[in-house]
Design a protein. Sequence first.
Length: 300
Amino acid sequence: MVGLREFKKERTGRRIAEQALRLFGERGFEDVTMGEIAQAAEVARATLFAYFPTKESLVLDGVAGDDLATIVADRPDGQSALAALRAHHRDLAAGPVAAADLPALLTRVRVIQASPTLRAAADSLRYRQRQALADVLAEECGETAGALMAAQIAASLAVLQERHFARLVAGARAEEAGARAEEAGRVLVADLELAFDLLERGLGGAESGCGRVEGQTEGGFGGASGLAESGFGGASGLAESGLGGAEGRLESGLGGASGLAGGGLGGAESGLGGAGGLVEGGLGGAEGQTESGCGRAEGY
């Protein structure tokens, strides 16, 4: 049971965050000072900084908040890292957004989208999240493989997050926000499955369903479940912002992994060495390989 002291502390933090978001929504993030936020929330500046040490933390608290490294490290024996992450984000995506929380969420998304400072800060948070995941994967798969796997996972989650919130705020009237959120949630669930299918199976199989590949008709990625409906663009993330922009993702994203043909994880015959690469073969084939592969997948 939450005591009175904890309840008051929680209420104060919530009031500060609400007033800050209101001011940011009205005037923009860069044009509001911490002093103005403290005055609006009726707290001392020292109290404000005790709850939120930086102005960015007033908006980005919870961004990249999913502890991907802990999810992977604490997964049960026999479960792959991708399976653990898929299950976690599937549960998050399936959860509804409370109607009372939706206006604040939409304001928050718009504030982040409009602020270069916040987008850069969100990217920095996701970079640290990715590095922590790489450290955990490195213990099982080796340093280089762990870094490459973490880069692809983090990039996919960031893209999913960006696309989800772009759908939420895309130009419908306020009275339509609830229906729009429900539809965005359904699309997110489908995109989540697509993203993890691509991570597990790789882009090599997906390309066979793209319209420019010889002998293929129409579009859609034929290799993974649900690809025809959602296309390759939807990839999960779900902390609450992920709006740092696609720029800068090349170093950590799927694009940066395209040169991995010489040492990828996809080879069923040769484990982590010398197969078709992480991008073509996917991460699913990497986990559980003998000797040079990841050691915790079932049966290895």
